[in-house]
Unconditional design. Sequence first.
Length: 319
Amino acid sequence: MLPADGLEASHLPCWTHYSNASYVSFADVARANSNDWQQVQSKSSTKRARQSAKLNPAPSVAQETTSAAAADAKPKQSRRVFVRIPQEDPTCSHLRTSAPATFSAWLETVCKLPRTKFQKTYAVSSGYCVEFKSHKDRKLLVDATAALTPPLVSEMENPNATSYFLSGVPLDVPGAGADTKIVIDVASLAAEIKAVIGLVPSRVLLGKTREDGQSFTIVLPKKVSPFRVFGSDAAKLLRRNPTVRTCARCFGFHDTPKCSFAAVCADCGAAKLNHPTMGCDKRPQCPNCLGPFAPGHAGCPCAPKVVSGRVVSITKDKR
């Protein structure tokens, strides 16, 4: 910027202030502002990175090793063994009503296993369930009872086992000869199912038999698509109907053999400790809903509900 015509520089005080200053162009100012903005942006990015590092720290070597070990971990193996007590064997009749401790002593004598390997023993509908401290100890009992006649140990049921209902199965089919027929029984049906779907059924139960056909209930190790055997109807999937169980000891909603709570009176619902065994005259009170009802009464609002084939328990807040 130059002074106006006819005026000297001394007459312009502002001009004297800028007279010795170094002038810069607009491009230089824009470039300087751009550099400053890049510095500010770089500083803010660094600050955000530091904050993110504080909130989400990098995993240590131990954490990475643990994560890799968890990814490569094998599925948990069962430590339970179900011991079936045959109903038709008179030599085992005393075991059906014996205490779990008595059964553990009998099992120790028969199978030559120390009782220290048994973690827990409780009664089930078919006999007893024995829990071991490790899967290796469980295998010892399975191998020891494999030679017994009849075999007492039955493997744990497959959680992926699926049941199907097969109807319309003919009573017989034509054989290879002109006048021969093959009667359809459980063995022939199991062999045909293996040839059709490639799976060996774990159980085949004969249902109703009529003149136009017969029906079977088939248990397969896993879920398969609907299939037909010998021109039968399509197999129908049988869904499991869970039931709500009531404990006979504490009247809670679980299995009685697995109960670890204090026993209550079946008449008044009070604790059985220091409670008269005969002639209880107390007012009944449900131990679950605390209502004026006897323990285990029907329609308890605290009982679990069966929703979409699953047992849903009531939370403590809703009680």
